[in-house]
Design a protein around this ligand. Structure first.
Ligand SMILES: CC(C)(COP(=O)(O)OP(=O)(O)OC[C@H]1O[C@@H](n2cnc3c(N)ncnc32)[C@H](O)[C@@H]1OP(=O)(O)O)[C@@H](O)C(=O)NCCC(=O)NCCS
Length: 153
């Protein structure tokens, strides 16, 4: 497993999984959550279409978790969201959890205004975050439930 060259030791981090022939097999992206220093969110987990169903997804998740555990001892929990891959993540040891506000540290929203957002969050009673994504196909619009999942590492 290698980190993408453009990625560095600071979050957000991108990881790629390559096979022994240096072929790209999988990818994922990890970012910190602004309001929780002990947690990260994993996003864009993807295995090449031809390589799916052969265990690479599980390997990718395990390698990333091991790497975080070793190199980022402060991180205790990994969060993710999914609409339709809940069973895959359950096989990887993730459990459904209460939806939370998705505040990635790299969000362009912040741009140096992190303190403002932290204060805003602290001062507001949190309303239930939107746990749906909108899928538009042609003229029909569908709301799909987003499931939040987490795993302690
Ligand atoms: C989701 C994805 C990463 C899984 O990778 P994969 O290499 O196919 O998964 P694995 O072969 O490692 O499967 C691990 C386990 O999960 C199960 N699993 C995998 N995909 C599943 C699915 N869609 N539904 C139910 N179970 C699934 C497998 O049966 C296997 O179970 P086992 O441990 O009992 O044998 C891959 O299908 C993918 O890239 N999909 C497209 C992108 C995507 O949807 N990403 C998730 C965004 S939330």
């Amino acid at each position: 497993m290698r980190r993408l060259e453009r990625s560095c030791n600071e979050f957000p981090l991108s990881y790629i999984l390559v096979n022994n022939d240096d072929q790209l097999i999988g990818y994922c992206y990890i970012d910190r959550l602004l309001d929780d220093e002990q947690s990260v969110i994993i996003e864009s987990v993807c295995v090449q279409r031809m390589s799916r169903g052969t265990g690479y997804g599980k390997i990718l998740m395990k390698l990333v978790e091991d790497e975080l555990h070793q190199k980022e001892p402060k991180i205790k929990c990994i969060y993710l969201t999914t609409t339709d891959k809940r069973h895959f993540y359950e096989k990887c040891g993730y459990e459904e959890t209460t939806p939370r506000v998705r505040l990635n540290i790299s969000s362009k929203l912040f741009n140096g205004n992190e303190e403002v957002f932290k204060n805003l969050l602290a001062s507001q009673k949190q309303t239930a975050p939107d746990s749906h994504v909108i899928l538009q196909k042609g003229s029909s619009v569908q709301r799909i439930a987003t499931v939040w999942m987490k795993k302690r590492i």
